[in-house]
Ligand binder design. Structure first.
Ligand SMILES: C[S@@+](CC[C@H](N)C(=O)[O-])C[C@H]1O[C@@H](n2cnc3c(N)ncnc32)[C@H](O)[C@@H]1O
Length: 213
């Protein structure tokens, strides 16, 4: 019997899942061809997972930390109802310009509001509460983004912190760089919180899903 490799399994899952639109695929291809650090894109399977969560929660208001070229924001906007909204924050004007260009090609793009600047400084200007939060910006900032998001989470809402496996480095005590330590510490702290229900999923680079208990 043929033994499947990890990439083949992921491709099989993608081929048998609802995935983001053709505009998202165009944006994915453009980013991979023209933008450095394109590996930061979440990709189709994680996008499908976020879309499923948004639909299961019947989310209307979504907050994202880390827009990059706008792929995850557009995928989440596509999963929202017509009156849904994604507010997305990023510090890099060049990648946000690319995002805006692709969002304008999609009907769902009108649901997205980009905010440009340092998330730590922008956060307090954001008003209201959210049904779903996706945290995917600078890793040392995750803890404060999570605390802000928990304060602003509607009852029954959820938060996903991305890259929480950090290519497996969090499992290796010999890996001690700033980002690895920040993510490892956050995983450890989340496990100790009785007020939260958490699941660390081995999808892509690790999606830590967090709800209030
Ligand atoms: C992993 S990428 C986001 C990928 C995006 N969610 C996607 O999959 O399409 C991380 C982004 O966080 C942004 N970022 C890093 N530090 C930031 C900060 N302090 N405030 C706001 N954005 C920041 C970077 O500019 C980068 O675009």
């Amino acid at each position: 019997m043929k033994s499947f490799k990890e990439n083949e399994i992921v491709d099989y899952c993608i081929n048998h899942s609802s995935v983001p639109s053709d505009v998202c695929t165009e944006l994915e291809i453009y980013t991979k061809e023209k933008v450095s650090m394109s590996q930061m894109l979440i990709g189709k399977l994680e996008a499908s997972t976020l879309g499923m969560m948004i639909k299961m929660l019947k989310a209307k208001r979504v907050l994202e930390f880390g827009t990059f070229t706008g792929y995850s924001a557009l995928a989440m906007a596509e999963a929202l109802p017509d009156d849904g909204e994604v507010i997305t924050l990023d510090i890099n004007p060049e990648t946000v310009d690319i995002a805006k260009n692709f969002w304008s090609k999609s009907e769902a793009g009108r649901k997205i509001t980009p905010l440009l600047g340092n998330a730590a400084e922008l956060m307090d200007s954001i008003e209201g509460h959210f049904d779903f939060v996706f945290i995917d910006a600078d890793k040392p900032g995750y803890e404060s983004y999570l605390n802000f998001s928990l304060d602003r989470l509607n009852s029954g809402g959820a938060i996903v912190c991305d890259n929480m496996l950090w290519s497996g480095k969090v499992c290796n005590p010999e890996e001690n760089d700033t980002d690895t330590n920040a993510l490892r510490e956050l995983n450890k702290n989340l496990k100790q919180r009785d007020d939260l229900y958490t699941t660390l999923l081995p999808i892509r680079d690790g999606m830590h899903v967090i709800m209030k208990s």
